[in-house]
Ligand binder design. Structure first.
Ligand SMILES: NC(=O)c1ccc[n+]([C@@H]2O[C@H](COP(=O)([O-])OP(=O)(O)OC[C@H]3O[C@@H](n4cnc5c(N)ncnc54)[C@H](OP(=O)(O)O)[C@@H]3O)[C@@H](O)[C@H]2O)c1
Length: 277
């Protein structure tokens, strides 16, 4: 018999509210698990919530808010962007601090299930953010945007991919054939998503970080194996090179958690992080 206990997350003061898109998949699930355990307030938008709860150790996290819906629907996202009220009586309603977007499509015998999954998700997310800002910058009901007051700009951590850089090759030569032959469609989708986020960043709507992993494995998290390259896609500069073949979804999610969610993450704003072993 399995006993289900309700974990008590650490003190939620100074903790973030994070919206996860794609948390039934490996990378976002790894980041979500760690964020829950660290006591952050987590909102997970899922088409099928049971697909998420089946993968969590505990189904009763008090800091987890699961919303059922489609990440291509701006109205659904608009609702997800609001912080929930906390158990200790803090009022909700602000814009979330950070959004982790890790949407992806599934391979099918015809190609992939949704060739524009990331691009459509970004269009909807930016539309939802614009609606929130037009209504009220920080969602506290006092009409900041209308009064010209500075509005809250959330962080966006978008999980994209290696092999799409316009600046430099970040994939070993032997993998290039595979990337070109099999991954052209999802890579075009990721490029479109990144382009939308960069434009929104220039307009002051989000502070983005791109997370570009090499080929994913389902392996466990590791210590000391992950190499991190850094690119500034706007300036077109490689700040640090890292090129490799694989990385586990678990390690990508761990990096997202440690660097962008638990930590301040400011050093990664406007950068693409290349993660590989
Ligand atoms: N495979 C690789 O080697 C590789 C390498 C680098 C980067 N990447 C990219 O990294 C990202 C994360 O990959 P992953 O393997 O961790 O995740 P994944 O297994 O591809 O999961 C994708 C997630 O997106 C969700 N999703 C898709 N469309 C949605 C929609 N319309 N509304 C709501 N949710 C939606 C899925 O939910 P459902 O449960 O509802 O399907 C799932 O949670 C993907 O974009 C992937 O392409 C992959």
């Amino acid at each position: 018999m399995t006993t289900m206990t309700t974990p008590t997350p650490p003190n939620q003061n100074a903790k973030k509210t994070i919206l996860f898109l794609g948390a039934t998949g490996g990378v976002a699930l790894s980041a979500l698990r760690r964020s829950l355990a660290a006591g952050h307030t987590c909102i997970a938008l899922c088409r099928t919530p049971a697909n998420l709860t089946a993968q969590l150790d505990h189904t009763t996290w008090s800091n987890l808010h699961i919303i059922q819906g489609d990440a291509h629907d701006a109205s659904t996202l608009h609702a997800c962007l609001r912080t929930p009220a906390t158990e200790d009586g803090k009022e909700g309603g602000r814009v979330v601090d950070t959004i982790v977007s890790s949407l992806g499509a599934k391979p099918t015998w015809k190609g992939i299930s949704d060739a524009h999954v990331c691009e459509k998700g970004m269009v909807a997310l930016l539309e939802a953010l614009r609606r929130r800002r037009a209504e009220d910058g920080d969602g506290d009901g006092d009409g900041d945007a209308a009064r010209g007051k500075k509005v809250v700009v959330p962080r966006l951590v978008a999980v994209t991919s290696t092999g799409i850089s316009d600046v430099a090759r970040d994939v070993p030569l032997p993998l290039m054939m595979l990337y070109r032959a099999l991954l052209h469609t999802p890579h075009a989708d990721k490029k479109a998503m990144e382009g939308l986020a960069v434009a929104a960043g220039k307009a002051g709507e989000v502070e983005w970080t791109f997370v570009r992993g090499s080929l994913y494995t389902n392996g466990p998290e590791t210590e000391g194996l992950v190499r991190v390259g850094v690119e500034d896609p706007v300036k077109g500069v490689v700040e640090k090179e890292a090129m490799g073949y694989t990385i586990s979804r678990e390690d990508v999610g761990k990096w997202v958690f440690e660097e962008c969610l638990e930590g301040d993450g400011r050093q990664w704003v406007g950068k693409a992080a290349i993660l590989t072993y």
